[in-house]
Design a protein around this ligand. Structure first.
Ligand code: MN
Length: 462
């Protein structure tokens, strides 16, 4: 049996297979919509491996991480320790270890035709075409040599051309440094990587912090990296596939539409362009795709955000116990906070603090410690029975929100907070949740009548 933490993609897939969570399809499924359709049907239950999609030599894999418990499993921690483990790793990075030879470079292609070399799927109905969605975009600050890792949606625009959306974050900051000097930015796109390194790419870390060092901390040892063949970027030695290239200065081409995490399309517009120079890969590599707006896409954003928001809130509010970004809130917009309330009014301060923790957070619900924040019905129950709109509601107008939320005015958004905590002065009886003593201890097997079938006849007739 393979055991955690999983340092490589293949032992993780083997582990999923051994525990009946890897579906291998018949050969030859279609890259246009069919891979995505299969991945979507199985997105809560099973990883998917599609051999020779459209006759390609390279298989496509999806649903590497389907459930938050899988993240904990890959790391080798309990689900309740997941956020704390992630936060500790993000705050204690481990430097990478450079090697000169790597599986990622066993095969080198200097003639690049992306759709011929790689099985790139088309996911949602109105997507403009094939998209590379699970690539770690690793860039290198040309002045300092610091690296950055992020995932961007990558449209295959031509044989060696990729159109990508850069939000105003770290990749764009490095690009501006190169652009000011009139240069392209050296980049690498890494497709097919172990689950922990994949998760590290989503850390909300300061600019200049190489997320591969956070990957090292998640692994509990330095990550082996290798220098690209055509540029100075360092990539994980165990990568399945690497596209080496340059993010072009002052170059914009049409990109989109593309189905995104809010379950709507990002529109077509002029965006940045990467020119790919070299493709390297392992012998017999595996191509990973993340379904746009699917569970893996949502969860990859959720876990690191929850860890960061929890850590930020705890600094100001030591009574905060846990946070959860709900699936209905596309794992970005709707936050539930559990507090051990000590002062009246505290929940409203927590609400305001949460709005400041990340601009994507639009709705915040604060509940007491007896509420299961991972159960939407329990949260709804707390709101329905402990919240009064004229007293417990916080509304902020005209704040920064998510540009991908179609109800905002170009990203300018209202915020709403709900204090669903019990008033401190309430007597203990009024808000005491009903409970049947002994429910949890009932042993259903020991309880069953030894001959229930004949008893049914006897008591109820034929
Ligand atoms: Mn970064």
């Amino acid at each position: 049996m393979s055991t955690a933490p999983f340092h490589d993609l293949r032992p993780w897939l083997r582990h999923l297979a051994e525990t009946d969570r890897l579906t291998i399809t018949k050969p030859g499924v279609k890259l246009k919509h069919e891979v995505a359709a299969i991945a979507k049907r199985l997105q809560h239950d099973s990883a998917v491996l599609c051999p020779s999609p459209d006759g390609h030599d390279i298989p496509v894999m999806a649903n590497l991480l389907c459930h938050r418990s899988w993240f904990a499993e890959a790391l080798g921690v309990s689900e309740s320790d997941l956020l704390e483990r992630y936060r500790t790793a993000a705050e204690n990075p481990i430097a990478c270890n450079e090697v000169s030879e790597a599986p990622a470079q066993e095969v080198v292609h200097e003639e690049v035709d992306i759709n011929r070399l790689l099985p790139v799927p088309t996911h949602n109905e109105l997507d403009s075409g094939p998209y590379i969605t699970a690539a770690l975009l690793i860039s290198r600050n040309p002045r300092t040599g610091e690296q950055n890792v992020a995932i961007h949606r990558c449209q295959v625009s031509g044989p060696n051309r990729i159109g990508l959306l850069l939000l105003p974050r770290h990749t764009l900051a490095f690009h501006r440094v190169a652009e000011e000097a009139g240069d392209a930015l050296d980049v690498a796109l890494v497709i097919g990587i172990d689950p922990l390194t994949l998760l590290s790419s989503q850390a909300i870390a300061p600019l200049g912090q190489d997320e591969l060092e956070i990957a090292g901390a998640l692994h509990g040892r330095s990550l082996d990296v290798v220098k690209c063949r055509s540029n100075e970027v360092r990539v994980p030695a165990n990568s399945e596939i690497v596209l080496e290239g340059r993010l072009l200065p002052k170059t914009f081409e049409p990109e989109g539409p593309f189905g995104e995490f809010p379950q709507y399309y990002g529109a077509r517009s002029n965006q940045h362009v990467i020119e790919v120079d070299v493709v390297t890969h392992r012998r017999n590599p595996i191509f990973h795709t993340i379904l746009g707006g699917g569970m893996e896409h949502l969860l990859l954003g959720a876990v690191p955000r929850e860890a960061t928001v929890l850590s930020l809130l705890k600094r100001s509010f030591p009574n905060v116990r846990d946070v959860h970004l709900t699936q209905g809130g596309v794992c970005r917009y709707d936050l539930v906070v559990k507090i051990e309330k000590r002062s009246e009014g505290e929940a409203k301060n927590v609400i305001l603090g949460a709005f400041g923790a990340h601009y994507d957070i639009k709705h915040v619900t604060v509940v007491d410690t007896d509420v299961d924040i991972h159960n939407p019905n329990d949260v709804k129950w707390a709101v329905s029975t402990r919240f009064q709109a004229d007293r417990d509601l916080v509304v902020v107008s005209g704040a920064q929100g998510s540009k991908l939320d179609p109800s905002t005015d170009k990203g300018v958004s209202a915020k709403m907070g709900l204090d669903a905590t019990i008033p401190l002065e309430a007597d203990e009886f009024t808000f005491k949740r009903i409970r049947v003593p002994g429910e949890d201890e009932v042993d259903l097997d020991a309880l069953a009548h030894p001959d229930s079938a004949s008893l049914v006849t006897q008591m109820l007739g034929d």
